[in-house]
Design a binder for this molecule. Structure first.
Ligand code: GAL
Length: 699
C-alpha cells in the first residue's frame, strides 16, 4: 500500500503535543512558539483516553475541539492519536481480566501505560468505541492530516500469557495447522512427551523447569505479533471508514523492537513512521541511528517515512542520560532525512512538569526559549523548510542486508551452540562495515525480490525457509553476489534442523558443507589469512585478513573455492571463507564470527566481485580504518530523483573531512553537515512523492 501521504507541503516538523497536561492559558503561547519554530505537524492526544472519556461512555471533547481549532488557525497540521495505548483506570477496574500477564505468571498493575491484554474482548471493544467517537468527530476536521493509532505496539511488552491469550493462541494454531496431527508433527511433539490429543491441552510457552519447546515459542511469538496487529487493524479500519482520505500510521521502533514482525505490519500501514532513541553512552551511536532509519525506509518499500519521535537532547530512562552536544540534534535530524525521512518530529513539544517523563528533553525545554535547545530547534525548522525540495526524492541504496524477525526469535532461544552469536550484534557488524565504506544499506526479507541489489549479505540467517533459499538461489544464478555468514540456513520455520549436513537449504548455493561447528571459549580468537595466489577476491594476499572470535567451523569444500583460511584455532588449516560460482553470480561463505577488520576486508572483496564502488572518493581522509581510507566518521547518503541529486555529508568527528563529490572537492568541518546538489536543478518538484508499493513479501 503506502500510496497515501498526509496533505503536507515540504518536510514535516514538530513533535508530540500534550496540551491536556497544561492549563488552557498555555495553548496560545504553545501555538505562537510553534510558529516561531517552524512547526508544521504535531501528534496530539496519544495518551488522552482518560481526558476524553473520563467515565465509561461519557465524553469530553471540548478541550480537543479548542486545541485543534487553535492549531488549524495557525496552519499547523495534526496527527491525531487514538489513545488505546493507555486505557484509563475505570477500564482496568471494570475489567481486571484485561491486565497483562508475564511469562512468569505475574499479573501487571496499572498506573503506567501499555498495560493491557491485546486479546481481551473488553479491551478490543473499548478501543473500537473511543476510536469510533474520535473518528466521527474529527474524521473530516481540516487540521487532521494523519491518524496515529496507539503507541509503539509491542513495547515494553509484546506477549501476554493470560488465559484469554492462551485461548486466542489455540484459535490461531487451529487456523495455522488445521488439525492436531499436523501441529504435533511440526512442533516435534514426540520430543519430551509433548503430543497433544486435545486443543485445550495446549498452553502458552510460559516459564517452566527448563527449556520449553522452541517450535511452540516461535509460534507464540508469531501469534503475539499478530494479536497486536489485529488491534491495529481494528482501529485502522474504523478510521478508514469514518475518515476517508486521511492516512493512518502507528509508530514503529524499527530494528529496536524484537516482539513485532514489522515485515508483516508494514503493508497494513498507510504511512510508515518510526521512533528512534539513541543510547547516549555510545559514542558511535550514529550507526544505530542510521541502521534504524535504513530499516524504516526498507519497511516503507523505499518510499518516504516520518521520524515520529526522537529527542532534542537527553532522554529520561537510561542509567545516565547524557545531554546532546551543540549540533548533535541537527546531525541526528538530518541523518534521518538523508535516509528518507520526510518528517522530523520529537518527543515532545513542551517538557512536562510532572509524571514519569518530566526529566526528558523537549523542543521547548524547562529552561524556556532563552536556551541553546530552543535556538537549535528554531534553526532546524528553518533548515528543514529550505530542504523542502527533497520531497519526491528517494534514497540510493547500494546493497541489502537480509533481516528476518523470525530468524532473530529463533536464533536467540535457549540452548544454542554458542550464546555469543546474536542477531543484532551480527547485523551491526556488517552494517558498520558498510557504513564506514560509504555504502548505503537496505534491509530485505529473505523471500523478497532482491534483483535490484548487486550485493546481498546475510549476516545472521539461522532460520531459513525452503522458499527463502530458492529465492537466494535465483538471485545468485541471475548474476547477484551473495555473502552468507556462519550459522545460517540451519533450521526451518519450526526450528527443525534441515536434513543433511549443515548449512541445510543453503548448502548447494554455497557449494560446501559444514561437518562440525567449532565455537570458541570466551576471550579466545583465531586468525584468518588470505589465500596465497588465491583463486578469487583476495588474490595474492597471504597476509592476515583479520581475527575472528566466538565461532569457527570445519568447512568441507564442494565446488566452492577457498578464499581465506584458519591460521590457528580448532579449524586450523581449513577454509574459513569461500566463494562459489553459481550461474551468472557467486555466493560467498564466511564461516567465522569475523572482527571489524576482517569484516571490512571481506566486504571490500565482496563489493569488488559485485562491481560495487563507494559513491564518493575521499581525497583527504581524517582517519584510516580497517585497511580502507574512508574518513571514519563521515556519513554519506544520497537522495535523488530525475534531474536532481542531494548528497548528504554528515561529519560525526571533530576534524574536517574533505572528499570528492563527483568532480567537486568538499570540506565538511567537524560536527557539521553539508547537503550537496550535484546534478542540475529541476524547478518542477512534485506536490506529493510517487510512493512505491510495500516490500514484496510472502503471502
Ligand atoms: C517513546 C514513547 C514516548 C516517550 C519517549 C521517551 O518510546 O513513544 O511516548 O515515552 O519514548 O523517550
Amino acid at each position: 500500500m503506502h500510496s497515501r501521504w498526509p496533505r503536507l507541503d515540504g518536510l514535516a516538523y514538530g513533535g508530540d503535543y500534550n496540551p491536556d497536561q497544561w492549563p488552557a492559558e498555555i495553548w496560545e503561547e504553545d501555538v505562537a512558539l510553534m510558529r516561531e519554530a517552524g512547526v508544521t505537524l504535531v501528534s496530539v492526544a496519544i495518551f488522552s483516553w482518560g481526558m476524553l472519556e473520563p467515565r465509561p461512555g461519557e465524553y469530553e471533547f471540548g478541550w480537543l475541539d479548542q486545541v485543534l481549532g487553535l492549531l488549524h488557525d495557525a496552519g499547523i497540521a495534526v496527527d491525531l492519536g487514538t489513545p488505546s495505548a493507555a486505557p484509563p483506570p475505570w477500564f482496568m477496574r471494570r475489567h481486571p481480566e484485561a491486565h497483562p500477564v508475564t511469562r512468569d505468571g505475574q499479573v501487571l498493575g496499572g498506573g503506567s501505560r501499555q498495560a493491557y491484554c491485546p486479546s481481551s474482548p473488553a479491551y478490543k471493544s473499548a478501543c473500537a468505541g473511543i476510536t469510533r467517537k474520535l473518528a466521527e468527530r474529527y474524521g473530516s476536521h481540516p487540521a487532521v492530516v494523519l491518524w496515529h493509532v496507539n503507541n509503539e505496539y509491542g513495547a515494553p511488552m509484546g506477549e501476554c500469557y493470560c488465559e484469554t491469550s492462551v485461548a486466542a493462541f489455540r484459535d490461531w494454531l487451529r487456523d495455522r495447522y488445521g488439525d492436531l496431527d499436523t501441529l504435533n508433527d511440526q512442533w516435534g511433539a514426540a520430543f519430551w512427551s509433548q503430543r497433544y490429543a486435545e486443543w485445550d491441552e495446549i498452553d502458552a510457552p510460559r516459564t517452566s523447569t527448563t527449556v520449553v519447546n522452541p517450535a511452540q515459542r516461535l509460534d507464540f511469538a508469531r501469534f503475539s505479533s499478530d494479536a497486536l496487529l489485529a488491534c491495529f487493524r481494528r482501529e485502522r479500519d474504523i478510521l478508514h471508514e469514518l475518515s476517508p482520505g486521511v492516512p493512518v500510521t502507528t509508530n514503529f521502533m524499527a530494528n529496536n523492537c524484537k516482539s513485532v514482525d514489522y515485515w508483516r505490519w508494514a503493508p497494513e500501514v498507510d504511512v510508515i513512521s518510526n521512533d528512534n532513541y539513541l543510547i547516549a553512552e555510545r559514542t558511535d551511536n550514529q550507526l544505530d541511528l542510521a541502521m534504524s532509519a535504513d530499516m524504516t525506509r526498507s519497511l516503507a518499500g523505499g518510499g518516504p517515512w516520518v521520524l515520529m519521535e526522537h529527542s532534542t537532547s537527553a532522554v529520561s530512562w537510561q542509567p545516565r542520560n547524557i545531554a546532546k552536544r551543540p549540533g548533535e540534534m541537527r546531525r541526528n535530524s538530518l541523518a534521518h532525512v538523508a535516509r528518507g525521512a520526510d518528517g522530523v518530529l520529537f518527543f515532545q513539544w513542551r517538557a512536562s512538569r510532572y509524571g514519569a517523563e518530566k526529566h526528558h528533553s523537549a523542543m521547548l525545554p524547562q529552561a524556556g526559549t532563552d536556551s541553546r535547545i530552543w535556538r537549535e530547534v528554531v534553526e532546524l525548522g528553518d533548515e528543514l523548510r529550505d530542504l523542502a525540495g527533497l520531497r519526491g526524492t528517494t534514497v540510493e541504496a547500494d546493497l541489502a542486508l537480509l533481516w528476518d524477525w523470525e530468524s532473530w526469535w529463533a536464533l536467540e532461544l535457549e540452548w544454542r551452540p554458542s550464546a555469543d552469536l546474536g542477531h543484532l550484534e551480527r547485523m551491526r557488524a556488517w552494517y558498520e562495515a558498510s557504513f564506514r565504506a560509504g555504502l548505503t544499506v537496505d534491509f530485505a526479507h529473505p523471500e523478497a525480490d532482491l534483483s535490484r541489489y548487486p550485493l546481498v549479505v546475510a549476516p545472521a540467517l539461522y532460520l531459513a525457509t525452503e522458499r527463502g533459499a530458492a529465492n537466494l538461489r535465483r538471485y545468485v544464478e541471475a548474476g547477484g553476489t551473495l555473502v552468507v555468514c556462519c550459522f545460517s540456513g540451519i533450521v526451518d520455520e519450526h526450528d527443525r534442523v534441515h536434513p543433511g549436513p549443515y548449512p541445510g537449504v543453503l548448502r548447494d548455493i554455497l557449494g560446501l558443507h559444514v561437518e562440525e561447528w567449532l565455537p570458541l571459549r570466551a576471550g579466545d580468537s583465531v586468525t584468518l589469512t588470505g589465500e596465497p595466489g588465491g583463486a578469487a577476491g583476495l588474490a595474492g594476499t597471504s597476509q592476515v585478513l583479520g581475527a575472528a572470535d566466538a565461532w569457527t567451523e570445519a568447512v568441507i569444500l564442494g565446488d566452492a573455492k577457498p578464499v581465506a583460511w584458519y591460521a590457528d584455532g580448532p579449524a586450523a588449516g581449513g577454509p574459513a571463507v569461500t566463494r562459489h560460482e553459481l550461474g551468472a553470480g557467486r555466493a560467498w561463505y564466511v564461516s567465522a564470527r569475523t572482527g571489524a577488520q576482517a569484516t571490512a576486508a571481506l566486504l571490500g572483496v565482496a563489493c569488488e566481485s559485485a562491481g560495487l564502488t563507494p559513491p564518493v572518493v575521499p581525497v583527504a581522509p581524517v582517519g584510516a580504518v580497517d585497511g580502507t581510507s574512508w574518513p571514519r566518521d563521515l556519513e554519506v547518503v544520497r537522495r535523488s530523483r530525475p534531474g536532481r541529486r542531494y548528497t548528504f555529508l554528515i561529519n560525526h568527528s571533530a576534524d574536517t573531512a574533505t572528499v570528492l563529490v563527483g568532480d567537486r572537492t568538499v570540506s565538511v568541518p567537524g560536527g557539521d553537515v553539508r547537503v550537496i546538489t550535484d546534478l542540475p536543478d529541476s524547478p518542477d518538484l512534485p506536490d506529493s512523492p510517487d510512493v512505491p508499493d510495500s516490500p514484496d513479501l510472502p503471502d
